[in-house]
Design a protein around this ligand. Structure first.
Ligand code: 4AD
Ligand code: MG
Length: 489
């Protein structure tokens, strides 16, 4: 049976024609003369209203039209009498695909808490909020591919199972087929991974960058867009154990090119969402405004969601070095009053409270921080020629050509750098931080044969979706979140 998506029907359905729609009942309302069904099929946040005369539908069918039931409705598309919609369906037939026992169906036509919806993640896509988020997530993913395709990048698929730890962070999920209760042991009593599936220790990847670099030094410009895994035990609103990362890598790009690309890229995909997800964003904007009203005055955010997105795409990001940022932080009110939880001085890794101070209080716009201390960044970042100094000529320490993009309400959304392309400097650095060069001989080969300046970055896709949807918790912008003690669905 042919049917029309509700989205298409509401946009361009012609009044007077017979149509069929299929979807899930949001509400059923009965008045003296008529029955009103609000149907949603997920193609748009908007429902289509279908109307039957009182007594028209058999009782056994009527009884099964409850919130959550899946039905097909056929009838004539007519101009709507009521407010709220331009067209509606004058029902001639209702077919019940799957009823939803109203005593047991967990979703009711009222506002449920996000915490409760997380417990029923298998059903939450049927709510307005989550269907809006998922459609926006799709649009952003599509915009990512479009952006890179339009700009001459090739989509490179990097491995998910890997024997290297790209970030040197060591927080990885092991992949093994060995029997956990009695693994084979070698003579020194350690697990003998030579007997494992791959004949060596393997893990889920934390980043596709190292392989991405191999691609860039052959194809020129590549990007990855795939799942990444981190076993950090951080139960925050910004961390997932499984998240999607977009990692462009470009030959012949230096730090400044990298920054320019990152800024243009993130603005372009946000602009795409503004242009293509109007209804969904308007809904989330509204939802957020309601939520803001329940907060204390001083905690309410100055801008609405749409305003904030417009602001970000129409203003230049602030760019400064780590050393300049530390200077600002050390002299800030919260530092002087002892209001930061973590102390800040040159050399420390900035905490999210520091990043948020810079973005939300000091500059009031996205910020790109560059040239971080070498010791707090990954081994592959290109070393700066001279140590950092401040305006007063004070000398600090060695830095690398790193860049982090910080966003309001999110903190770090992008992390990247120019890469060390000098073989000797790179291997020396690896030895300093205890990475065996032989373990990634293939990576070092790019520096041995036809090395070139290159740069890239990683955007956490869920953090982007969080920013665009205004959702406070990262677990609410991925269909089925993975976090410590959370892998039910
Ligand atoms: O800063 P990160 O660790 O950088 C890299 O992995 C580099 N290899 C990227 C590159 O240069 N190609 O991670 C990049 C981004 C972060 O800025 C953040 O947005 C996101 O990935 N991210 C997470 N998102 C959700 N949950 C987590 N646990 C995340 N860890 C990082
Ligand atoms: Mg980072």
């Amino acid at each position: 049976m042919s049917y029309l998506p509700v989205q298409q029907l509401l946009k361009s359905g012609s009044v007077g024609t017979d149509v069929t729609v299929k979807g899930w009942v949001r509400t059923k309302r009965e008045s003296k003369n008529a029955i009103f069904i609000a149907l949603n099929d997920g193609s748009t946040i908007n429902n289509i209203q279908a109307v039957a005369e009182a007594g028209q539908l058999p009782d056994d069918v009527l009884k099964l039209i409850t919130t959550g039931a899946c039905v097909a409705i056929t009838g004539q598309l007519v101009e709507s009498q009521g407010a709220g919609q331009s067209v509606e369906i004058k029902i001639s037939n209702v077919h019940i695909y799957g009823p939803a026992d109203p005593d047991k169906y967990p979703l009711q036509p009222k506002r449920h808490s996000l915490e409760f919806l997380r417990e029923i993640a298998h059903l939450r896509p049927r709510t307005n909020t989550f269907s809006a988020i998922l459609r926006i997530r799709h649009a952003l993913a599509f915009a990512v591919h479009t952006y890179f395709n339009d700009n001459g990048f090739f989509y490179l698929n990097t491995p998910i199972i890997t024997a290297s730890d790209a970030e040197g962070a060591g927080e990885m999920f092991r992949v093994t087929t060995l029997d956990a209760t009695k693994p084979p042991l070698s003579e020194d009593g350690k697990v003998d991974y030579s007997q494992d599936f791959f004949g060596r220790e393997t893990n889920l990847t934390v980043s596709g960058q190292l392989e991405g670099e191999l691609g860039a030094l052959a194809l020129g410009k590549i990007y990855t867009f795939g799942p990444t895994f981190r076993a950090e035990n951080s139960n925050t609103t910004r961390h997932l154990a499984e998240f999607w990362m977009i990692e462009p890598e470009m030959a012949f790009h230096e730090l400044l090119d990298n920054m320019n690309l990152a800024e243009d890229f993130v603005k372009t995909v946000i602009r795409y969402a503004l242009q293509h997800c109007e209804d969904d964003l308007a809904f989330l904007d509204n939802r957020l405004q309601e939520e803001e009203k329940t907060k204390k005055k001083e905690e309410q955010s100055a801008m609405g969601l749409l305003e904030k997105l417009q602001f970000v795409i129409s203003n230049e990001f602030e760019r400064l070095t780590y050393t300049e940022a530390v200077e600002i932080l050390v002299n800030s009110k919260p530092a002087k009053k002892g209001q930061f939880q973590y102390e800040v001085s040159w050399g420390v890794d900035l905490q999210s409270e520091h990043e948020r101070y810079l973005v939300e209080k000091h500059f009031k716009k996205p910020v790109i921080l560059t040239n971080y201390p070498r010791d707090i960044k990954a081994f592959y970042m290109k070393q700066d020629d001279a140590p950092a100094t401040n305006a007063r000529g004070q000398v600090f320490g060695e830095t690398v050509r790193a860049m982090d993009v910080l966003f309001p309400g999110i903190g770090e959304i992008i992390g990247g750098s120019q890469r060390e392309d000098d073989l000797d400097k790179l291997t020396a650095r690896m030895q300093e931080v205890g990475i065996e060069p032989d373990a990634i001989w293939w990576y070092l080969d790019t520096r041995r044969f036809g090395s070139a300046p290159h740069a890239g970055f990683g955007l956490g896709f869920e953090r982007l979706v969080q920013f665009v949807t205004g959702m406070g918790n990262i677990r609410d912008v991925i269909p089925f979140p993975r976090a410590p003690k959370q892998a039910e669905f």
